[in-house]
Design a protein around this ligand. Structure first.
Ligand SMILES: Cc1cc2nc3c(=O)[nH]c(=O)nc-3n(C[C@H](O)[C@H](O)[C@H](O)COP(=O)(O)OP(=O)(O)OC[C@H]3O[C@@H](n4cnc5c(N)ncnc54)[C@H](O)[C@@H]3O)c2cc1C
Ligand code: HEM
Length: 415
């Protein structure tokens, strides 16, 4: 809770900080990497830095947190904090690193806002930073201790035992443990961070959703090649698809992620493209557990040929009594699979029948998830019943962005 002394200072300065927050975040990362070049190696994702998406996510999260302290001090933005904490834990972030981030962030605030940062203003923002930092540190400590690890020991080496082409652009990797230590369980929907040494010697972390239920021995995920378009091709996805083969050893974190299946209520999965991966993981868990949960999978893709993991998810759907699968293909309503319905074009929910009390899980490109979430809310679904997984820094922060929130522009920019 913000102190009475800091509250009016934050109220008065939040608009100016929000106006400059992108520049603060940009200067912060520049200074951070200048002072701590080791953070390039295995910690930060340089693709996100080059695209600027991590800067926007950081800026948005601070603005959302500060405005929540003012508007709803009794209720901190838990979903936002939980998402960040899981991402941090999957990268082995330590408590000591919060001092490093603090010092560089405050350097950037002074650098951008200059004399406006009086000692009083600095003290009030210092309080906001540590309130947010401790909320994250406590959650991260809980995540590490629940798994019996320390930040340094979230990592483990695995051997690639199968590499399966799923589509022209997607490859599944099946990993097997190479030591005797217990394989920690994953929750359905979670991801691992894969840490890949790149040809220039720098290790690069990327997250991949687990696509199969645990068997105590293996982990499995599917990687889609990122083709550059206007920018360069994705470095890790292409490296994994082209250079990593059966027999190679790769390093992954323990599973983390807060978009996980609630198996006490009906589930509706809505995915597009490679967004099928966390859905495949959740369906695999349900099928392996012999679940009778009412389940509906809605999936959109270019066509059936580019629908990754289609055989696996359909098989799992058929193992769950009463489960249904509907597909939408941009290139025509043609399917050779025994799906429950096939449609041409983008996903439309008007004719889909949902179970009462369902939980909704979305994954796919941001415009897809924004459209589906709006359609669900129009049909009367409560926002709290909708969870979504973003394959990158969360630039949407949908649960917090309202038109008058000071962080609204920061959180939605480039979404
Ligand atoms: C929770 C989570 C789960 C995920 N699950 C999956 C999954 O199951 N399967 C999957 O395939 N992916 C998944 N992802 C995405 C994955 O982590 C990677 O982001 C993805 O593989 C791309 O990584 P890359 O290294 O190939 O691309 P990067 O090299 O990081 O490039 C990403 C983008 O940045 C652009 N870019 C890079 N450098 C520059 C530059 N200098 N200038 C301009 N633009 C630039 C590239 O053109 C590209 O568009 C997930 C992500 C998250 C956060
Ligand atoms: C109060 C302090 C902090 C805040 C507000 C914060 C905020 C964030 C946010 C919003 C994200 C993106 C989450 C997502 O949507 O996926 C993120 C990711 C990340 N954070 Fe933090 N963070 C803080 C502290 C730290 C510290 C101390 C470190 C350690 C160096 C760190 C390293 C990272 C890394 C490496 C990522 C992933 C970046 C990427 O994938 O591009 N953060 N953080």
């Amino acid at each position: 809770m913000l102190s009475d002394r800091s509250r009016p200072v934050i109220e008065a300065t939040l608009p100016v900080v929000a106006d400059h927050i992108h520049e603060i975040a940009r200067r912060f990362y520049m200074h951070l990497f200048d002072q701590h070049p080791e953070l390039h190696d295995g910690v930060f994702n340089r693709g996100n830095q080059a695209e600027g998406s991590q800067q926007v996510a950081l800026a948005g999260s601070v603005a959302v947190f500060a405005s929540a302290l003012l508007k709803t001090p009794e209720q901190l933005p838990e979903t936002l904090l939980s998402r960040i904490a899981h991402k941090h834990a999957s990268l082995g972030i330590t408590q000591a690193q919060y001092d490093v981030v603090h010092d560089n962030l405050f350097w950037a605030i002074v650098d951008v806002l200059g004399d406006a940062v009086t000692p009083e203003v600095a003290a009030a923002w210092d309080e906001v930073y540590w309130l947010m930092a401790y909320a994250l540190i406590h959650t991260e400590r809980g995540l590490y201790s629940a798994r019996g690890v320390r930040p340094e020991t979230v990592w483990r080496d695995w051997r690639v035992v199968e590499k399966l082409p799923e589509t022209d652009d997607v490859v599944t990797f099946k990993l097997q443990r190479i030591d005797d230590r217990l394989v920690r369980t994953s929750l359905p929907g979670q991801y691992v961070t894969v840490q890949v040494p790149m040809p220039d010697g720098v290790r690069q972390p990327r997250q991949y959703s687990l696509t199969r239920a645990d068997d105590g021995e293996h982990r499995q995920f599917a990687v889609k090649r990122v083709r550059g378009g206007d920018g360069p091709d994705g470095e890790v996805s292409n490296h994994l698809c082209d250079k990593v083969d059966v027999g190679d050893v790769i390093t992954t974190s323990l599973p983390f992620g807060d978009v996980v299946l609630d198996d006490s209520r009906p589930a509706v999965f809505a995915s597009a493209g490679i967004g099928i991966t966390p859905m495949a993981g959740m369906l695999s868990h349900l099928a392996a557990a012999g679940s009778h949960l009412p389940v509906t999978l809605l999936h959109a893709d270019a066509d059936e040929r580019s629908f990754a993991l289609r055989g696996q998810v359909l098989e799992d759907i058929r193992r769950i009594p009463g489960a249904a699968m509907h597909v939408w293909y941009e290139n025509g309503a043609e399917s050779s699979l025994p799906v429950d319905s096939v449609h041409q074009g983008v996903m439309a929910l008007d004719d889909v029948v949902f179970q009462d009390g369902a939980a909704y899980y979305l994954c796919g490109p941001l415009p897809f998830m924004q459209a589906v979430r709006s359609a669900l809310i129009d049909r009367g679904v409560a926002p709290r019943d909708i969870q979504y997984e973003v394959f990158g820094p969360d630039l949407w922060q949908a649960d917090f962005v309202t038109e008058d929130a000071p962080g609204a522009e920061a959180a939605t920019a480039s979404a």
